[in-house]
Design a protein around this ligand. Structure first.
Ligand SMILES: C[S@@+](CC[C@H](N)C(=O)[O-])C[C@H]1O[C@@H](n2cnc3c(N)ncnc32)[C@H](O)[C@@H]1O
Length: 253
């Protein structure tokens, strides 16, 4: 069955659109306390380099100029912590995520780092962001969009809350098309990741979903078209690590 208006993918399974979000929420509720450790284990630390590339592209002001970042599906706040480190005193981040367990881990980390004044954690759905129009200078979403049932709706919302001249950046797993690397990546994804996930979090199914959801995500060119469809201009993307990950960018002009 190909997904239509009423169905979507949950990994390799076709599920009703309305069912996907609660399945995704179960995954992240289950892995929240071990999520950051698992990122390092699964990517061999590479997620740090990919996220740093996103922060370089974001290029937040290092002076006192006000800069409001919205990090959608921000989970435990990793992107916002990195952005705060690269920014000046005018920086403020709002981490918005649908999962209270992921946000709770982030809030604790922010307090431990003395960043609770600079970073807020707000529960909300990427498909219906609880923020006014044109209220942020930049919107980021890292490894989040493929989990959202209605991707186009989330892109429309990112566009709505960005001010004119603001930038949207999306980091997501992509498709490896380098001969040799693709087979290796396939083997690693389907054999190693669910096993490591099971050993560390006790939830093999969660990591099986994560690798399957990567395969089901649109190819980078198609995803760029979806970003344009939301109204963004000067849309571009940069594949990284042989296409394991892509950084998409668009501007609200
Ligand atoms: C793989 S984690 C990424 C977390 C963080 N951005 C990072 O890079 O470390 C995906 C996150 O997407 C969130 N998420 C899934 N569906 C969402 C939705 N509809 N709206 C907002 N967040 C959502 C999950 O709760 C989870 O925290």
């Amino acid at each position: 069955m190909e997904p239509d208006d009423q169905t979507t993918h949950f990994g390799f399974r076709d599920v009703a659109l309305g069912e996907k979000q609660s399945l995704v929420n179960d995954v992240f509720r289950s892995v929240a306390s071990r999520y950051d450790l698992m990122n390092d284990l699964m990517s061999g630390g590479m997620h740090r380099l990919w996220k740093d590339a996103m922060i370089n592209a974001l290029n937040p002001p290092r002076n006192d100029a006000p800069f409001a970042l919205l990090d959608v599906a921000g989970g435990t706040g990793d992107i916002s912590f990195r952005a705060a480190k690269a920014s000046g005193y005018g920086f403020h981040a709002t981490v918005c995520d649908i999962n209270g367990d992921m946000l709770a881990v982030g809030r604790e980390r922010a307090a431990a780092r003395g960043l609770d004044g600079a970073i807020d954690f707000i529960e909300g759905n990427a498909e219906e962001l609880p923020f006014p129009d044109k209220s942020f200078d930049a919107v980021t979403i890292a490894f989040g969009i493929r989990n959202v049932p209605r991707i186009q709706k989330a892109l429309d919302e990112a566009h709505r809350v960005l001010r004119i001249g603001g930038r949207f950046l999306c980091l997501e797993f992509s498709s490896v098309d380098t001969p040799g690397l693709d087979k290796l990546y396939e083997l690693y994804s389907f054999n190693v990741i669910p096993r490591v996930g099971a050993a560390v979090t006790g939830d093999r199914a969660a990591y099986q979903y994560l690798v399957e959801s990567i395969r089901k995500f649109p190819k980078p060119k198609l995803f760029a078209q979806m970003i344009e469809q939301a109204g963004f201009r000067r849309v571009s993307y940069t594949p990284m690590t042989g296409g394991v990950v892509a950084l998409h960018s668009g501007w609200r002009l």
